[in-house]
Design a protein around this ligand. Structure first.
Ligand SMILES: Cc1ncc(COP(=O)(O)O)c(C=O)c1O
Length: 390
């Protein structure tokens, strides 16, 4: 039984994950295990802080309180060993909008921007929607464990004249938590070729090894060329609060970004977001540890069920994130995945194809930030339907 975690029925609450099924999958009655949003209430300390704020003051224009920056800087330093300076931290209402704006103000039309595929699909829009050139470099898939093909990264940077890399750490959807050595090699290559790194570390609080997450900037030979994007939205299930951190150590790039924000009148966020994030970083640590334990328990169930009942399912090791990457290619052809998962299993999972095209079509991403009962429904449905195949 959970001590601090409170599983929630979220249907009927305008929740994208459940109430957005018809729009995204054309079927409202699927079992939702897709978008990275949890079926747990946020930590109690966050609810309490929001209620206190709402009942004690007006909801007028709001300054960003020092306590918000302090709480985040303390969290980054104590959890990830990243010592931040207050002036480096800029605002965005989300990591995805920040990626769009960084691309817009720090690169030029036609510039090559690299992503390591398969990867979180909004990265593609952050490049293509701004008239930049999308340069894809596939990770190496070694039996479900994905690694970076450093030689290919370097040769592609040279051949395609790459100016920036949008990097995901830990990596969604393949669940890798990159090692210090991998991050050191990658950042060294980027330095050699003057490639700016936009490092999306929104899942950084979900790394399951003892030493935790390594911020890319802390492994880089030139940390001022790494812009880090973080948020409490994944960590504490607060995506509706619309708040993210954009860490820009270099003054010139920071001024460009802030000038851009001023142009689009996006200077600061909603007061409730500041209150929620501050409370979460100050008081949510124990809740997060329980959550990570629950995710690992869910993952253990999934691994065991597939090993015993459907050993051809390749499960990527879940080193980071709460999103588990499955490869059903031993049983299902890419073009049959939708029919299998939606029509037969009645599940809504993120399709591999979304993360970079047909070559990933036998992959599917299952969200494990939910109750064990919900994970059982998803895993058992896949096992049951695989067993029925001729
Ligand atoms: C890697 C990654 N980046 C960014 C986001 C979304 O961030 P935001 O809601 O802050 O735009 C997600 C959500 O799933 C994600 O997985």
């Amino acid at each position: 039984m959970y001590k601090l975690l409170k599983p929630l029925e979220r249907r009927g609450t305008s929740c994208s994950k459940w109430d957005g099924l018809a729009e995204r999958f054309g079927d409202a009655d699927l079992h939702a295990m897709w978008v990275a949003d949890m079926d747990f209430k946020e930590p109690q300390c966050v609810t309490d802080a929001l209620l206190r704020h709402i009942s004690s003051t007006a909801l007028g224009y709001y300054l960003t309180p020092d306590s918000y920056y302090d709480a985040f800087m303390d969290w980054e330093s104590s959890r990830h060993g990243y010592q931040l300076q207050r002036e480096w931290i800029c605002f965005a209402p989300g990591v995805v909008p920040a990626l769009h704006w960084l691309v817009e103000c720090l690169t030029r039309p036609g510039d090559g921007i690299m992503v390591l595929t398969p990867v979180y699909y909004p990265f593609f829009g952050a490049v293509k929607d701004h008239g930049r050139r999308l340069v894809e470099c596939d990770l190496i898939n070694d039996g479900g464990r994905f690694t970076i093909d450093f030689e290919r990264v370097e040769s592609t940077i040279k051949q395609q004249d790459v100016k920036a890399l949008i990097f995901c750490s830990p990596h969604n959807p393949v669940g890798r938590a990159w090692t210090r050595q991998e991050l050191g090699t990658l950042t060294e290559i980027c330095k050699r070729h003057g490639v700016l790194i936009l490092s999306d570390e929104i899942h950084g609080d979900f790394v399951y090894r003892a030493e935790g997450h390594h911020p890319t900037a802390t492994c880089a030979p030139d940390p001022e060329r790494v812009i880090t994007l973080c948020s409490a939205s994944k960590t504490f299930n607060l995506a509706g609060m619309k708040n993210a951190f954009v860490i820009i150590p270099d003054r010139e790039m920071r001024e460009k970004y802030q000038g851009y924000l001023a142009c689009i009148c996006e200077g600061s966020g909603c007061s409730l977001g500041y209150i929620a994030y501050t409370a979460a970083y100050r008081g949510g640590g124990e809740w997060l540890e329980e959550l990570k334990g629950a995710i690992m328990e869910n993952y253990a169930y999934l691994l065991d069920a597939f090993r015993r009942e459907a050993p051809g399912v390749v499960v990527s090791p879940l080193e980071g994130t709460y999103l588990c990457c499955l490869d059903l290619g031993a049983y299902i052809k890419g073009e049959q995945m939708q029919e299998f998962l939606q029509k037969k299993c009645r599940l809504a999972l993120d399709y591999g194809e979304w993360f970079g095209g047909e070559r990933f079509a036998t992959l599917a991403r299952m969200n494990l930030a939910t109750s064990l009962d919900n994970v059982r429904i998803g895993v058992d449905a896949i096992v049951r339907e695989l067993k029925k195949l001729p």
